[in-house]
Design a binder for this molecule. Structure first.
Ligand code: SF4
Ligand code: SF4
Length: 350
């Protein structure tokens, strides 16, 4: 017996044209930045993709305006993409262009598709996560402002994805973006008196590297510094474990070359190219400068259709560092090895 997952039945949530054409879509083409035409064997529709707010936080007023657009152009249907874009449907190209104009007048530029900068994804960061080492939505906003011309005006060699995560759990888009910013803690947390109020066994179990030793008799725990990778999971789990000076030791790394697709060189995880940058809110100028340098160099040097990692693999990592002018550290080119990144704080590195 085939069980259908929620929502049930899923066809109740589909516009008629999608129901009529299930299994009959033949292809699609980009008409202009942010407008895609979809063809079935007998009908066509258009989708119009807009930029989202940072971390997809919308007011109810904005959502009502989106609902009004969806009512007027497509019988009340719209969707949010996996990268948070609000995406609308239209029956004709003229309607799609009118929709685009209305969205842009609302302050939501249309684009982020094809050989452009796609919507920048980010996790919630400090807003509701105790593990954050950096303010992911603010970095995403600063990067989006700096690179905006690539969202729907100037074309890039290929698609460009950027993801910002507050910590290595990488909820902001993982390590599969062309450029990922990942928050990192570089200090070992300390155990305070308040640890007694925590579930000690649960806290010890949460450590991914077995660095927490349970001291049952003393009703406390001990952190083995030589093993700790500063992931922050215990800090999130127990209010009696804290980072002492996060304002000095927290920051973020930049990774490049991730991608999830079967097109050569296949699916790749990003590699560290900037092991540590301090947090410099509110506009994160150092980070923006480094990311823009990578984008501009790739744009200037890559062949048409060459994703960031394809270009790097063609010229070699050594020349990537030469051409971008980014300094090379011993932690560069690693996967995100947190223990190794902690060496930076201890004077290792370059
Ligand atoms: S990436 Fe880290 S900081 Fe961001 S939501 Fe996930 S666990 Fe929290
Ligand atoms: S910060 Fe992470 S690695 Fe270090 S003790 Fe806590 S849970 Fe373990």
């Amino acid at each position: 017996m085939i069980m259908e997952g929620p929502p049930r039945p899923f066809t109740d949530y589909m516009p008629d044209i999608l129901k009529r054409n299930m299994g009959r879509w033949k292809g699609h083409r980009m008409v202009e930045p942010g407008i895609m035409e979809h063809l079935s064997d007998s009908e066509k529709i258009y989708t119009v993709r807009a930029a989202s707010t940072s971390n997809a936080r919308y007011s109810t007023e904005t959502i009502r305006k989106f609902a009004d657009l969806a009512d007027r152009y497509f019988g009340g249907y719209m969707r949010f993409t996996g990268a948070f874009n609000p995406e609308f449907f239209a029956r004709t190209l003229e309607d799609a262009r009118r929709l685009k104009k209305e969205l842009e007048e609302m302050g939501f530029p249309v684009g982020g598709w094809g050989n452009h900068l796609w919507n920048i994804t980010s996790c919630a960061g400090y807003f509701h996560c105790a593990l954050a080492a950096t303010d992911a939505p603010s970095i995403a906003k600063s990067l989006g402002d700096a690179a905006f011309k690539y969202f729907n005006q100037e074309e890039l060699p290929a698609k460009l994805t950027l993801a910002v995560s507050g910590c290595p759990s990488a909820c902001g888009g993982g390590f599969l973006a062309d450029i990922s910013i990942v928050g990192i803690h570089t200090e070992i947390p300390i155990v305070t008196e308040n640890v007694k109020s925590c579930d000690l066994m649960g806290t010890a179990m949460i450590c991914p590297v077995g660095a927490i030793q349970l001291k049952q008799a003393e009703k406390t725990i001990e952190i083995r510094e030589n093993l700790c990778i500063g992931c922050g999971l215990c800090v999130g789990a127990c209010s009696g474990i804290i980072f002492k000076t996060p304002e000095k030791t927290d920051g973020h790394a930049i990774l490049v070359g991730g991608k999830a697709s079967s097109i050569p060189p296949g699916t790749q995880l990003g590699r560290v190219v900037v092991p540590f940058l301090p947090n410099d809110p509110p506009r994160y100028e150092l980070t923006v400068k480094a990311v823009m340098r990578i984008i501009e160099t790739w744009k200037r040097e890559a062949r048409k259709g060459e994703r960031l990692i394809a270009w790097i693999e063609r010229i070699g990592w050594e020349r990537f560092f030469e051409k971008t002018g980014l300094p090379f550290y011993q932690q560069s080119m690693d996967d995100l090895d947190l223990r190794s990144l902690m060496l930076l704080r201890e004077g290792g590195g370059k």
